[in-house]
Design a protein around this ligand. Structure first.
Ligand SMILES: C[S@@+](CC[C@H](N)C(=O)[O-])C[C@H]1O[C@@H](n2cnc3c(N)ncnc32)[C@H](O)[C@@H]1O
Length: 482
């Protein structure tokens, strides 16, 4: 069923809000102010709200542009009898206006969920200069679904099926040049491709279908087939099979999950890691090993931009004690260690064992940085229980933490971690977030405990999508630090 709708503001998640006979309808691929014809994609008679997708624009916004990713363009998808692929919900909007919409969504979310005053969260969303004007070719990590015939595919919106692809306009050119779509990945559930911004290498990670992963004979025979299929790729391409337990979605790891969730790797060719190189302005260059599908900021310029912003917000002085929670491969820790110098210390906390091994490796030239493998909440509890033990025995050597940098998964740190953090009472918290709703809710809680949000910077590190990244800086007036 199709409706003609006058579309209202952009909401968190990448859809505009409209109304039909009083009921809210979340419309994808529209722009505030437009009148569109929308196809209902989820519309139960008792549903509180419906979902719809734009199939025709009746009165276009001046900020509408031609969506350069054909498969993600709803205006070309529906006439072709298919749904648009997910992952480029803003592709039909002029880049500069995408950022204005993200600023509006951030502000609205901070007001609604964070209970902030509008005037306190008037933010600009900063883009990366290299993205102008199109917002294409920035992704260094891309995960594909695999079709029944073994072709690389992308899921369509609302999770109803996948569509084979032969070009990813948002990915760096190095990915498209590999022509992986010509390879038969039958037997795989997904394929993740890492193409670091250096352009010097790539890593293909094949995750088998569950029934194949569970049978050693089938796994062996498919592994042989994938190795053969990939043999024609340039030498710089490494490949591996990753048999991963469930529960590691979005890298939300708990203590139990982090041990049971470790991936078993079978190398097909090359090596199981990539090298990332990060050169934030005036902070020098550092290199990092990132193994398998371990977390790394996806936009080719994100790592340098975030390091610079985090270091500016943290204002670390030589000799200070800094904690990097959810540290991944030690990206922030490595630069923070330069700032504390050898008289200070950085405690780099990461739950995933493989990422934590990478952090240990990446921090080996900075003895003042200590990689701790553990769940954030448990490590915090340990610090609170035995603050006087030495750093490598789970304590804080009797010192007060000057600054905590934290970059949790999109779902946020959660109340338990925030409570422990509040008890720890660091001088400052620098919070990097990939989700405005989680950030707003956790800001609200921190403010209720007496913290103050001193500054927030928002970046568009995911052009053409609805995602944004914020870096917030909190202090607690009256707690001896303001
Ligand atoms: C968004 S990433 C940030 C990584 C790093 N700061 C960076 O920017 O490269 C979140 C990281 O937190 C880790 N993680 C998830 N849940 C955790 C937990 N409960 N305790 C500690 N680390 C966790 C994930 O494995 C992942 O490496």
């Amino acid at each position: 069923m199709r409706l003609i709708l006058k579309v209202g503001p952009m909401a968190h998640g990448g859809h505009c809000v409209a109304r039909h006979q009083g009921r809210p309808v979340f419309v994808r691929h529209a722009i505030p102010g437009e009148t569109v014809m929308a196809e209902l994609t989820a519309a139960g008679s008792s549903d509180q709200f419906w979902r719809a997708d734009t199939v025709k624009v009746i009165r276009p916004s001046e900020f509408r542009r031609f969506n350069q990713w054909k498969l993600a363009d709803s205006l070309r998808s529906y006439p072709a009898g298919r749904r648009p692929v997910a992952g480029a919900e803003y592709g039909h909007i002029v880049l500069e206006y995408q950022r204005r919409l993200k600023a509006q969504v951030f502000r609205d979310t901070m007001v609604r969920l964070g209970r902030q005053a509008v005037e306190d969260v008037e933010v600009l969303v900063h883009g990366m200069t290299a993205d102008e004007p199109a917002g294409l070719h920035w992704r260094t990590r891309t995960t594909f679904a695999v079709s029944a015939s073994g072709r690389l595919s992308m899921p369509v919106h609302d999770g109803r099926g996948t569509i084979p692809v032969s070009n990813i306009p948002l990915a760096v050119q190095e990915l498209n040049e590999l022509h992986l779509w010509e390879i038969d990945f039958s037997g795989a559930a997904s394929v993740r491709v890492t193409t670091p911004a250096t352009g010097r290498e790539a890593l293909v990670i094949v995750t088998p279908l569950a029934q194949i992963a569970e049978s050693p004979e089938m796994l062996k025979s498919y592994t042989t087939a994938w190795r053969r299929q990939l043999s024609g790729l340039p030498k710089k391409v490494s490949a591996m099979v990753s048999v991963r337990q469930r529960n590691d979605e979005n890298h939300q790891v708990t203590a139990q999950k982090s041990s049971s969730g470790a991936a078993e790797h079978h190398l097909l060719r090359g090596r199981s890691w990539v090298q990332e190189e990060v050169s934030p302005e005036q902070l020098g260059t550092q290199t990092f090993r990132v193994t398998g599908g371990g977390y790394w900021p996806v936009h080719r310029d994100a790592a340098a931009t975030l390091v610079k912003t985090v270091l500016e917000a943290a204002e670390v002085q030589p000799g200070q004690l800094v904690v990097d929670l959810y540290a991944g491969a030690g990206l922030y820790s490595r630069f923070l260690a330069e700032a504390t110098g050898q008289d200070g210390a950085v405690l780099s906390v990461e739950a995933d064992p493989s990422a934590s091994r990478d952090a240990r490796h990446n921090l080996k030239d900075a003895p003042q940085a200590i990689a701790l493998n553990g769940n954030a909440e448990e490590v915090l509890c340990h610090w609170l229980r035995t603050p006087d033990s030495g750093f490598s025995r789970g304590g804080l050597a009797g010192r007060r933490v000057d600054t905590v940098v934290m970059h949790p998964p999109r779902t946020g740190a959660g109340r338990a971690v925030l409570s422990r953090l509040h008890e720890l009472d660091p001088g400052k918290i620098v919070y990097v977030s990939g989700d405005p709703a989680a950030f707003a809710q956790e800001t609200r809680w921190l403010i209720e405990q007496g913290w103050r949000l001193d500054a927030v910077t928002v970046y568009d590190l995911s052009p053409d999508t609805h995602h944004m990244t914020s870096v917030g800086q909190f202090t607690r007036p009256g707690a001896g630090n303001a």
